[in-house]
Design a binder for this molecule. Sequence first.
Ligand SMILES: NC(=O)c1ccc[n+]([C@@H]2O[C@H](COP(=O)([O-])OP(=O)(O)OC[C@H]3O[C@@H](n4cnc5c(N)ncnc54)[C@H](OP(=O)(O)O)[C@@H]3O)[C@@H](O)[C@H]2O)c1
Length: 293
Amino acid sequence: MVGQALKRRLAAENVTAVAGDDNDADLRDPARLDSLFAAARPRQVIVVAGKEAGIAGNQKQPADLMLDSLMVAATVIPTAWRHGVEKLLYLASSCTYPKRAPQPLSVESLWTGPVEPTSKAYAVAKLAGMQLCDAYRLQHGTGFISAIKADTFGPGDDFSLDNSHVVSAVMRRMHEAKLSGNPVLEIWGTGEPRREFIYVDDLADAIVFLMKNYDDPQPINIGTGVTTSIRELAELLRNVTGYQGTLRFDSNRPDGMPLKGLNSAPLRTLGWAPTWELTAALASTYESFLTTL
Ligand SMILES: NC(=O)c1ccc[n+]([C@@H]2O[C@H](COP(=O)([O-])OP(=O)(O)OC[C@H]3O[C@@H](n4cnc5c(N)ncnc54)[C@H](OP(=O)(O)O)[C@@H]3O)[C@@H](O)[C@H]2O)c1
């Protein structure tokens, strides 16, 4: 999802973009990656590849998720350095923050406490990737940076029932409820928890902005600064999908954290702001979802 959005965004830049998936490269394979870098001779690298999963996937296959992320970072970052890459951005997600860190999450809170246990293996791998960028900066003076993104959605999202996140999961279930004429759609939890969502095209735009404007050992958050409750999200999705049934919030199901958002003030101060309004972004995602059916 993020890689495709970056390709769309980079089409507007005066660059030649070479994507790992154009070359069918397994980024964990140092020899394959070495020849890819030798052929393409990239000056800048953006690392967004990596297996990811929802809560269920994180619990079912923590070893696979952790190993893929660790190996991608441990292969791509040193290869980029060996080939003289000037700038590299490593993308991590908000699961790297300690579970009980103050909200909104600021990078100063990284490493200050235990992370959410259900995604611990994956989070530790992402923390290691960010730390490796920092270590290369320290040891070799490279312009390697890392960024932490808010929950992302958009075209190319995973809409599968066992691996999706809240936006894609509720969108798909609502669409199916509309088609089957189901009068009631159940949504886990009270609907009260608030989360921060960023549309993938805004995320891609922020990444390109950071490649041009950020050069610091400290990771930087990429978010919108706006949180939305699950109930508000479900109502917006109802408008977007045209589902006319009733939403029933099942308070017997776990809510998770009451609030999760990123402090993206440093990114705002640098001069970047999101451009996609949430309803329009959800509508665009729904349009792309329909084309996948
Ligand atoms: N979407 C989210 O909400 C979310 C949440 C937490 C973290 N993230 C992180 O954000 C980044 C972007 O995620 P996304 O949403 O764009 O995920 P995505 O749509 O699943 O895309 C990930 C891409 O990485 C590729 N990939 C994975 N392991 C690879 C390897 N060893 N070699 C080459 N390619 C590999 C995948 O290729 P295949 O399809 O061939 O496997 C896929 O094209 C990832 O680092 C992910 O871990 C995303």
